[in-house]
Design a protein around this ligand. Structure first.
Ligand code: AP5
Length: 226
């Protein structure tokens, strides 16, 4: 078994639990969690040219250009905190992005351990997304029904009392995001299946059960938590 190194992709539609699980795995395996959605939202918040370009697309539930995303990921995985690996959440999202990642990994002689798809029914996805909110101060994630703060109105992690909801979590945008997933992201599955890297877990299960299923896949491919 190999310790302290993990190169993992979490795939799945909006609301499947990629962010939730990748944050848990980041703590458990001690490798960087990289969310292209979070990176884009940081650019939007900063009002940068990338942020302005991305916001137009994100607000209507489309996908930001491959060129921009690939450049962003190339710079991100070259950072020192990725020396022992990474968990990719929300990338790749198109076949050209998957091909560009292969090229980047090949150049750095790194192999993917696994691509894990979180399978969740669409009706459940809409419920998950529409009930989601995060702490405005530390970004900890919650849900109206599935994960409320222990003390109502107070963040479990930092004690913050302000919470926010994502603008792209409105019902009409969620449907456009699901359509983008079906049309542009789902074709990645056969791409990774052909490389014998694709595994599926039941994303409908309780959060800790989903985490256990992911860890079982990682043990199967020879990765052990430190
Ligand atoms: P991004 O931020 O990546 O959003 P997404 O893929 O739509 O995924 P979400 O963050 O909505 O869901 P998630 O799977 O992380 O679920 P979560 O854990 O939060 O992308 C946003 C936008 O940025 C895109 O639409 C696009 O425009 C752009 N973008 C990003 N990357 C791009 C790329 N590579 N290329 C082009 N454009 C890109 O869970 C959801 C809720 O459910 C939470 O409240 C959680 O508490 C709850 N929950 C989680 N797991 C469970 C469970 N097992 N049981 C019950 N509840 C659960």
């Amino acid at each position: 078994m190999r310790e302290s190194s993990l190169e993992l992709i979490l795939l799945g539609p909006p609301g499947a639990g990629k962010g939730t699980q990748s944050k848990l795995l980041e703590v458990r395996y001690g490798v960087a969690q990289i969310s292209t959605g979070d990176m884009l939202r940081a650019e939007v918040k900063a009002g940068s040219p990338i942020g302005l370009e991305a916001k137009r697309v994100m607000d209507v539930g489309g996908l930001v250009s491959d060129q921009l995303i690939i450049r962003m990921i190339g710079e991100r995985i070259a950072k020192p905190d990725c020396a022992h690996g990474f968990i990719l959440d929300g990338f790749p999202r198109t076949v050209p992005q998957a091909e560009a990642l292969d090229k980047l990994l090949h150049e750095t002689k790194v192999d993917l351990d696994a691509v894990i798809e979180l399978k969740v029914d669409e009706v459940v996805l809409v419920e998950r997304i529409s009930g989601r909110f995060t702490c405005a101060k530390c970004g900890a994630g919650y849900h109206d029904r599935f994960k409320q703060p222990k003390q109502p109105g107070v963040c479990d992690v930092c004690g913050g009392t302000e919470f926010i909801r994502r603008p792209d979590d409105r019902a009409e945008t969620v449907h456009a995001r699901l359509e983008a997933y079906r049309a542009q992201t789902a074709p990645i599955m056969p791409y990774y299946a052909a490389k014998n890297r694709l595994y599926s877990v039941d994303g409908m299960a309780e959060m800790d059960e989903v985490e256990a299923q992911i860890e079982a896949v990682l043990r199967r491919v020879g990765v052990q938590a430190p």
